[in-house]
Write a new protein. Structure first.
Length: 243
């Protein structure tokens, strides 16, 4: 049977990927915004957010260099139930479509998937509520290019221990862990450049939340060896930046 979709999913994804966020710091800021909004909706006194760069060794022209291979965004904003988690990776299905809920940057249900595919080909999301079970799903562009048009249903899955070691927010009563894998469009290769260029933007965008104590945002960097061990390299607490 012929398919008469207005726009094939694989073509739509390629188009959105090429017209996404202009740099990695703006894409990360979109997810920080989501976390802060979720915390406010759950009446959190304070929302904590960790942005974690995971570096590994890569070889270029027979020389080895450290390069960012994964980016994690973790919060303690309360988490999502399985249906909301699955919908969070669908384009146009965000929780802020109601004008009364449009208080931040992510207004049109495009924030999580659109910011993610602007930087990577695989995004994995873990979420949990009220000290309960952790649920997992993912957006895999390779699967979409091969014909899949559905986000997998959320399944119960424990967060790998190495991510617990990277952020203690993985032990929060309720929260969300987003992992960008198969990075293909990061603006910076090393975490030092990422932190330097992102600190000003994030500190400016969320200065009122940070200065009022409603949010704390930390950047962290780890080196992952060949057997999955994380070694902490750098931590930066984002300060409010009032231009």
């Amino acid at each position: 049977m012929s398919n008469y979709n207005v726009l094939p999913a694989s073509l739509a994804i390629r188009s959105m990927k090429s017209s996404g966020f202009k740099s990695t710091d703006y894409a990360v800021a979109e997810l920080i915004d989501n976390s802060i909004q979720a915390g406010e909706k759950n009446l959190n006194t304070k929302t904590n957010i960790d942005v974690v760069c995971v570096e590994r060794k890569i070889k270029i022209n027979n020389k080895k260099y450290n390069a960012i291979k994964e980016i994690l965004i973790v919060d303690d904003a309360g988490g999502m139930d399985p249906d909301t988690l699955r919908n969070s990776l669908r384009f146009g299905q965000g929780t802020n479509l109601d004008p009364e809920e449009q208080k931040g940057m992510g207004k049109f249900g495009m924030g999580l998937p659109n910011s993610s595919i602007s930087q990577c080909d695989l995004v994995e999301v873990y979420s949990w509520q009220n000290k309960g079970e952790v649920f997992f799903t993912k957006l895999d562009l390779e699967a979409i290019y091969q014909g899949s048009e559905e986000i997998p249903g959320a399944v119960k899955k424990d967060i790998p221990k190495k991510y617990h070691n990277a952020s203690n927010l993985c032990q929060a009563d309720g929260g969300t862990l987003i992992i960008w894998k198969k990075l293909d469009k990061p603006s910076w290769v090393r975490h030092e450049a990422f932190f330097k260029n992102s600190e000003f933007l994030v500190g400016r965008m969320y200065r009122h939340y940070i200065s009022s104590g409603k949010a704390e945002i930390n950047f962290k960097a780890f080196f992952e060896d060949g057997i999955g061990n994380f070694e902490k390299k750098h931590e930066l607490k984002i300060r409010p930046n009032d231009p």
